[in-house]
Design a protein. Structure first.
Length: 276
């Protein structure tokens, strides 16, 4: 039992644990929509694009979240403008994400202030979470929960078959904008915990793991959310006791859970047509 409670001797661990639970819940709840829509590249693209804005914001004295929000808006507009030129969506995301990621690394590497730790941006620093971070993450969790609860059927219909959903009166264009906004919020709030490079993995792993055993989207959503929370908490303890970055520890925990289910679950318990 001491392994569970000893870390709470330090005040920062309690804040870190709460942040891990909240971010894990967000990623787990949105992950099934990402997986079913086969939108893994969008989460990766947004998370990489964010580094450009974060790098510029921190170097010039602005806040991490203000830079992340600005970068998300710029990336969304840039991807849309590139697509309007006839470029396929995955190519447009790759171009914009790579360019903004490179811009962020360039600005940070040119900065002479060595107190700016790029590894924290790339891989997360959950032990540095403060009260304002927790408030922000809590607000985002509340927003995501309310939006998913009030728009669940419409989002589900637009996710599975947009054409049929539109024929039944669902505003699929608005649902697409709404979901992308939720995804952007998740990416921004997960920066401190997971870092830029690993946000997409936490959106995918809980949902992919749950999809191997459950065919019902409702069950998939609940189990994915639970897995997001559990793997985040276990990963945080691994990070604490083995002195490694929190982001990689959480992702590796999620990957281990996926491997256990994918290779250890008997075929009779496996869902015959996983959504992935």
């Amino acid at each position: 039992m001491s392994l569970l409670f000893d870390p709470f001797e330090f005040a920062f661990f309690g804040r870190a644990l709460l942040a891990a639970v909240l971010v894990g819940a967000i990623a787990g709840a949105l992950g099934p929509f990402v997986v079913v829509r086969r939108m893994a590249y969008i989460g990766q693209g947004l998370s990489q694009s964010v580094l450009g804005g974060v790098g510029v914001a921190l170097v010039y004295g602005a806040g991490l979240y203000s830079g992340a929000i600005a970068a998300t808006i710029v990336a969304t507009i840039a991807i849309y403008a590139t697509r309007r030129r006839g470029v396929p969506v995955d190519t447009a995301i790759g171009i914009v994400a790579s360019t903004m990621f490179a811009a962020g690394v360039a600005v940070i590497s040119a900065n002479r202030d060595r107190s700016l730790n790029i590894s924290n941006l790339l891989f997360g620093n959950i032990l540095g979470v403060d009260r304002s971070d927790l408030i922000l993450v809590g607000v985002v969790v509340a927003i995501v929960a309310v939006v998913l609860f009030t728009n669940y059927k419409q989002l589900l219909a637009a996710t599975h078959n947009p054409a049929v959903a539109a024929a039944h009166g669902v505003r699929t264009g608005w649902m697409e904008v709404l979901f992308n906004a939720l995804l952007a919020l998740a990416v921004v709030t997960a920066l401190q915990v997971l870092g830029v490079l690993l946000v997409a993995a936490t959106l995918l792993l809980p949902a992919a793991t749950a999809s191997l055993a459950f065919g019902s989207f409702g069950r998939l959503l609940m189990v994915s959310t639970a897995l997001g929370v559990v793997t985040a908490v276990i990963g945080l303890y691994v990070s604490y006791y083995h002195d490694i970055a929190s982001g990689p520890a959480i992702v590796l925990t999620g990957a281990a859970a996926f491997a256990i289910v994918a290779f250890g679950l008997p075929n009779r318990y496996r869902h015959s047509r996983a959504v992935i």
